[in-house]
Ligand binder design. Structure first.
Ligand SMILES: Nc1ncnc2c1ncn2[C@@H]1O[C@H](COP(=O)(O)OP(=O)(O)OP(=O)(O)O)[C@@H](O)[C@H]1O
Ligand SMILES: [Mg+2]
Length: 339
């Protein structure tokens, strides 16, 4: 369905020396530097799949999405979506895709939403009956009714995002690109948007590429993730596999009867514990200890804690996908080798 091979995008960036004189100098003698925003990306996405496309700020996600949607032409490499080359035949291609950039709306600011949809109906040549059915489905999934007559500029961010997703899905595209569709939304609206994305995927078998910094989006919606960093792919696989491979970190949270006892928690050879084996965070009445369960056995850790302090309550937390990804972003673990 989506086939990307060795895709690259380079930008020329003007660099200037610091200060005002640097700014003036750069006007006369332009010094440029090449930014490799996407640097050899190869991936395949199947029909009907929801792919989580993640990576730290500046990794090249939006640039890749812009190439996949035909907004940008690649510097080199090939890409084919449903048999089409995005930047070649944009007019035809846009009928097959939907795009939402969470950072900015693609709706007409002053038009009431309902009129925006009528304009899109004409642009995409959707016949009346199909349009009505589609509006009914999207209204049910995204709950547009209460604000459909309001001008876009009066909508709240959550309403606007729902309106944007509906606009991108009006023509029943085969592929949907969502670049940060939950950015800045409250937890309830995020949850509604996730449910809507899932329903759209199931109902239409839409292939979805989803970019987000909210890993709850990924956990709820994506079986597979592609992670990029500095334009290069660093992980392609299932979320489950990522947890299995890197998810050896555990966290024990200990509530103490006597907070003074926190000082009793210190490296103890008797229990096979070294200072490097755990990360400790002390709070008012509790302590959090993060450790690698491949190095320290969970029963050993619990025995040590029970022998050292007077425990009021204890919780052991499972591998947290957020922690794993944080470590990969900070290069503390190297994707490709287990920790
Ligand atoms: N039009 C442009 N001109 C010059 N450099 C650009 C341009 N667009 C993107 N870049 C650079 O390319 C790199 C990748 O940017 P991109 O917006 O694709 O990252 P991203 O992964 O979407 O990040 P974020 O999570 O912050 O949205 C960055 O270093 C950025 O500064
Ligand atoms: Mg981006």
């Amino acid at each position: 369905m989506i086939e990307v091979k060795n895709l690259k995008k380079e930008f020329q960036k003007t660099i200037k020396d610091p200060g005002l004189s640097g700014a003036i100098k750069s006007l006369v003698h332009k010094k440029t530097e090449t930014v490799k925003a996407v640097d050899g990306l190869t991936m395949h996405v199947d029909e009907g799949e929801i792919l989580g496309f993640i990576g730290p700020n500046g990794a090249g996600k939006s640039t890749a999405i812009k190439m996949l949607t035909g907004i940008l032409t690649p510097t080199s490499g090939t890409l084919e979506i449903n048999g089409q080359i995005p930047y070649k035949n944009r007019k035809e291609y846009v009928k097959e895709i939907g795009v939402v950039f969470g950072q900015r709306t693609q709706l007409w600011w002053d038009l009431p939403l309902v009129e925006t949809y009528s304009v899109l109906k004409e642009i995409y040549c959707i016949e009346e009956k199909k349009f009505r059915e589609r509006m009914e489905f999207l209204n049910e999934v995204l709950d547009l009714q209460e604000f459909i007559k309001s001008p876009v500029r009066t909508l709240s961010l959550g309403q606007r995002m729902r309106a944007d997703i509906a606009a991108s899905m009006l023509h029943s595209p085969k592929v949907l690109f969502l670049d940060e569709p939950t950015i800045g939304l409250d937890v309830v609206v995020k949850d509604n948007i996730r449910k809507a994305i899932s329903k759209i995927n199931k109902n239409d078998k839409t292939t979805i590429i989803l970019t987000t910094h909210d890993l709850n989006d990924i956990e709820t919606l994506c079986e597979r993730i592609v992670m990029i960093d500095k334009g290069k792919m660093v992980y392609d696989g299932s979320l489950y596999h990522m947890k299995e491979t890197y998810g050896k970190m555990r966290e024990v949270i200990i509530a103490l009867n006597n907070p003074d006892e926190i000082k009793n928690i210190k490296p103890d050879k008797k229990f096979g514990l070294n200072a490097d084996d755990y990360e400790i965070e002390k709070k008012a009445n509790s302590v959090s200890m993060k450790f690698n369960s491949a190095k320290v056995e969970i029963p050993d850790m619990l025995n040590y804690i029970l022998a050292s302090v007077n425990v009021k309550d204890i919780t052991v937390k499972d591998a947290d996908i957020e922690e794993i990804i944080k470590k990969i972003y900070k290069s503390e673990v190297n994707p490709g080798e287990a920790v």
